[in-house]
Design a protein around this ligand. Structure first.
Ligand code: ADP
Ligand code: MG
Length: 262
C-alpha cells in the first residue's frame, strides 16, 4: 500500500488580525494549507487578500492569533523551536523585486554563493566548492556562468536578475522554496523566462516543495499541483489545479480565471 504523503509544511486554521480594539482587522480567517515534499502549491488572490501574511506566518516570520504551523512534523513555536530552526536551514525565499533583493555592489556569482558562505563552517565547505555550487546554480536557472558570473544587477534585465535571485535561493538545495509574487515586477517576456525557470527546477529537483504566490492565476496554473484561493483572508477555494480551473466553486475564482494572463 502506498504510504500517505506527509506534509513538509502544514498550517492549520490560521487566524491573524492586525491592529487593536475597534481598529482590529481580520486578515486571515481559519486558513489551512499543506504542501508535500516535491509538490507545488500556488496561493492566489487579489492585492491585500492576505497572501504575504500567510507566507510570513508559514515561515515563522509573523505571529499568529490562532492555529498552528508545522514544518517536517515539528511545530513552529518561536525562534528557538526545532521546527523553526529546521525551516530556517532548509527553506529559501524569492521576493517580488530582484533588484531590491540583490546587493547592487556584488556580481552575480557572489550573490548566489552568499547563503553557502553563511553556512560554510557548518557545512564544511571550502571556497572552491562554494564557487562550483554557485556556478551550478546559475546553470540550473538557465544563465550561462561564462556570461553572468561577473555581471552586476544593474547590467541585467529584470528576468535575468530574478533568475540570479532564484539561483541564490537554490544554491543550498532547499527542501522548500517559497516565492512571493516572483514575476509581478517583470514584463511579459521576462515572466515567461522565469516561469520556464521554475518548470526546469521542478524537473531537475523533484523533491523540492514549492509555494508560489501570485495575484495572476495564469502565471501559476502550469506549475502548481494545487491552488489555494484567498479572498479577503478567507479560503475561497483549495484543490487540485485542474479541478479549480475547470470546476471553480466561487464567483471570485471564476473572475480570477477570466483575468488570467497566460
Ligand atoms: P497580499 O500579499 O495578498 O497583497 P498582505 O498579506 O500583504 O496581502 O496584506 C493583507 C492585509 O493585511 C492588507 O490589508 C494589509 O494592509 C494588512 N497588513 C499586512 N501587514 C500588516 C501589518 N504589519 N500591519 C497592519 N496591517 C498589515
Ligand atoms: Mg503580497
Amino acid at each position: 500500500m502506498k504510504e500517505p504523503a506527509v506534509a513538509l509544511i502544514e498550517g492549520q486554521d490560521i487566524c491573524k488580525s492586525f491592529g487593536h480594539g475597534r481598529q482590529s482587522r481580520l486578515v486571515l480567517d481559519r486558513v489551512s494549507v499543506a504542501v508535500n515534499q516535491g509538490s507545488c502549491l500556488a496561493v492566489v488572490g487579489g492585492s491585500g487578500s492576505g497572501k504575504s501574511t500567510l507566507i510570513r506566518i508559514l515561515l515563522g516570520l509573523e505571529s499568529l492569533d490562532a492555529g498552528s504551523v508545522c514544518y517536517d512534523g515539528l511545530p513552529l513555536e518561536g525562534p528557538t523551536s526545532a521546527g523553526y530552526r529546521a525551516l530556517r536551514r532548509q527553506a529559501s525565499l524569492v521576493f517580488q523585486n530582484p533588484f531590491a533583493s540583490l546587493d547592487p555592489r556584488w556580481p552575480a556569482l557572489r550573490s548566489v554563493g552568499e547563503p553557502l558562505r553563511i553556512q560554510a563552517k557548518q557545512l564544511g565547505l571550502g571556497s572552491e566548492s562554494i564557487r562550483q555550487r554557485s556556478l551550478d546554480a546559475l546553470e540550473a536557472v538557465g544563465l550561462d556562468p561564462a556570461q553572468f558570473a561577473d555581471r552586476f544587477p544593474a547590467d541585467c534585465s529584470g528576468g535575468q536578475a530574478q533568475r540570479i535571485a532564484i539561483a541564490r535561493a537554490l544554491v543550498t538545495s532547499p527542501r522548500l522554496l517559497v516565492a512571493d509574487e516572483p514575476m509581478s515586477s517583470l514584463d511579459v517576456s521576462a515572466r515567461l523566462s522565469v516561469l520556464e525557470t521554475f518548470n526546469t527546477i521542478r524537473q531537475a529537483r523533484p523533491e523540492t516543495a514549492i509555494i508560489i504566490v501570485s495575484h495572476d492565476l495564469g502565471i501559476v496554473q502550469h506549475m502548481a499541483e494545487r491552488i489555494l484561493v484567498l479572498e479577503e483572508g478567507h479560503m475561497t477555494e483549495e484543490g487540485p489545479t485542474r479541478q479549480v480551473l475547470t470546476q471553480p466553486r466561487s464567483p471570485y475564482t471564476r473572475s480570477l480565471i477570466a483575468a488570467a494572463s497566460l
